[in-house]
Design a protein around this ligand. Structure first.
Ligand code: ADP
Ligand code: MG
Length: 304
């Protein structure tokens, strides 16, 4: 199931929240949708899922036009909206039963509910009221309602925002698992999330797409190395000997025995640096990996 967005513009009164946005998400891809607050991510996702109309332009889900084929489209899409609005007074099982009855999938409702409760790890909480659940479990309920009709496309708006680090890992694993057989688009402002689970990165800023690249290529759109290591040795070394280490692209001396090493290879160069030290009877006094590169790219493209 592919998502094709063609020339979508959205006006809220005078304000252009989306300006002629086009992109494609291929079947089976997990795409990270990045952008600062107010960039237009949620607006785009609401348009893709048919919750609000575009002012102009079109969205197709596997050839079906959102807007005209809305019912068909919704059967194929699972959507976790931002802030995950749920019914706090409903019990988990009751709520999922309610959602399951909306989609007439042909699968017996009870089986459908049991299976989604298992997949999302909701079993221990299934008899509780939604309002009494922790934020992490509420997100699981949100994911469960998005997955219950076994859609081919998943649209997740800030699925891990507000969760603690353990919950983030768990929800990410759930998304990754679901992504094995589904087309997924997820918005986030957490770069590690994109690096951990996405195949492609689309960056939006002020309603305009500023980057759309495979994750491994995003590093090359601005000329930045994949890995920058600052290393300090106990003794003097020569620049040329450092430059000969495999995958090293550039070497610069910060001061005395402190060097900045840049690499473009996919492999982590830190083990090679340690080997180099051992082979030259040096001690590594410190070694620091410099900040996440995607984060820098993001800042550069969005002036964040
Ligand atoms: P993001 O999800 O990237 O933070 P949004 O899509 O929520 O961005 O918002 C994009 C812009 O549209 C923002 O400037 C926001 O204030 C504005 N906006 C969003 N929803 C509405 C609305 N219902 N009415 C008016 N303006 C809105
Ligand atoms: Mg948003």
């Amino acid at each position: 199931m592919s998502i094709v967005v063609q020339g979508v513009t959205k006006l809220y009164g005078e304000q252009k929240a989306l300006d002629n946005v086009s992109f494609e998400v291929k079947t089976g891809e997990i795409v990270g949708f990045l952008g600062p607050n107010g960039a237009g991510k949620s607006t785009m996702m609401k348009i893709i899922t048919g919750f609000i109309p575009a002012s102009s332009g079109e969205v197709h889900i596997n050839g079906l036009e959102v807007g005209t084929d809305n019912l068909e489209v919704r059967k194929r899409i699972g959507y976790l909206p931002e802030n995950n609005p749920l019914y706090p007074e409903m019990y988990v099982r009751e709520y999922l039963g309610f959602v399951a009855s909306i989609y007439k999938t042909g699968i017996p409702k009870k089986n459908q509910i049991n299976s989604i409760i298992e997949v999302t790890g909701l079993a221990p909480e299934q008899k509780k009221k939604i309002g009494s659940l922790s934020k992490g479990y509420r997100q699981r309920v949100g994911l469960a309602q998005a997955l219950i009709h076994n859609p081919d496309v998943l649209i997740l708006d800030e699925a891990t925002t507000g969760l603690d680090p353990n919950q983030i890992v768990e929800i990410r694993n759930l998304i990754k698992e679901a992504g094995k057989e589904k087309t997924v688009m997820l918005s986030t402002h957490i770069m590690q999330e994109v690096e951990a689970i996405c195949d492609r990165v689309i960056i939006i800023d002020k309603g305009v797409i500023v980057a759309n690249e495979e994750k491994n290529n995003i590093y090359s759109i601005i000329k930045r190395p994949k890995q920058i290591i600052q290393v300090e040795f106990d003794k003097e070394v020569s620049e040329s000997s450092l430059a000969e280490i495999g995958n090293v692209r550039a070497v610069s001396q910060i001061k005395n025995n402190i060097w900045l090493i840049e690499s473009d290879g996919d492999e982590d160069i830190r083990p090679s640096l340690f080997n180099y030290a051992v082979n030259n009877s040096l001690t590594v006094l410190s070694l620091q990996q410099q900040q996440n590169k995607l984060e820098e790219i993001f800042r550069e493209l969005t002036n964040g």
